[in-house]
Design a protein around this ligand. Structure first.
Ligand code: 1GP
Length: 246
């Protein structure tokens, strides 16, 4: 049985060890069971700290992918669900997301209520996470699927007020999301402003395509960096990302 908060403790230990942590996001729709296992092995060998699994919209089940990843790697597998349908009992933890930049109650609390009994039944380690969409220069799946407008890039005050609200509401993490495949990453100035006032760790993802951009986001204050699309297309970059982030 998973100890409560075991994954949060692990994430804290990463932050004690490195200046920031590195998550690789796996989109199950882009993989076969075996290609996913190969990516998991490569990620572990390249110094990645954890795997995120999920997406805004999935056309496949998670269980076979999680099982194959568990055999291939010891890295924690953290669900990053677009809905209450994206659960799997063999994962280690779940980012228990509330889309706090939205005003759509379904993604603020509706999906969370649907998922809660199942998360308990599956004994998943739930990590309460305030999830914020930031305008990334293109329309994204998460914005479309959730019917939510992202926070404008230049509205730093609106962004940091959301992050602070997440902290006051008891979230363990804040995730600043430009959206998968975003043209523009979360602005470094926005990350810095948020980190100046926040005590909880900040995850930054969406559109990060080079190790130097990842390092720039860490310099700005990101505690964890997520890359998805670039690693799907160019897995050989994992180690360079890992080095740049750590
Ligand atoms: C999306 O933040 C992640 O949820 C990763 O985005 O696919 O653009 O790396 P990319």
């Amino acid at each position: 049985m998973i100890k409560p908060n075991a994954t949060q403790h692990y994430l804290q230990s990463i932050l004690m060890k490195h200046r920031a942590g590195y998550f690789v996001l796996i989109d199950p729709d882009q993989h076969t069971v075996s290609s996913c296992a190969r990516l998991g092995e490569l990620a572990e060998a390249s110094g990645v700290d954890a795997l995120l699994l999920g997406g805004s919209f999935l056309t496949t089940g998670l269980d076979p992918i999680v099982e194959s990843l568990k055999k291939a790697t010891k890295l924690p597998i953290i669900l990053f669900p677009g809905s209450a349908l994206q659960l799997s009992r063999n994962a280690d933890a779940i980012l228990y997301l509330s889309l706090i930049s939205s005003r759509n109650p379904h993604y603020l609390i509706g999906e969370q209520v649907r998922a809660a009994p199942l998360v308990r039944h599956m004994e998943l380690d739930a990590i309460p996470t305030g999830y914020m969409l930031i305008e990334g220069g293109t329309s994204t799946s998460v914005s479309f699927m959730s019917g939510s407008a992202p926070i404008p890039r230049d509205k730093l005050d609106i962004a940091w007020a959301h992050a602070l609200a997440a902290q006051y509401m008891g979230m363990a993490l804040v995730y600043l999301e430009a959206g998968s495949g975003a043209k523009l990453t979360v602005p470094s100035e926005m990350i810095s402003e948020i980190k100046d006032i926040l005590e909880i760790p900040v995850i930054v993802g969406g559109g990060i395509r080079t190790p130097s951009i990842a390092a720039e986001k860490v310099e700005a204050g990101a505690d964890f960096i997520v890359t998805g699309s670039i690693i799907e297309s160019n897995p050989s970059l994992i180690e360079a990302f890992s080095d740049a982030i750590h």
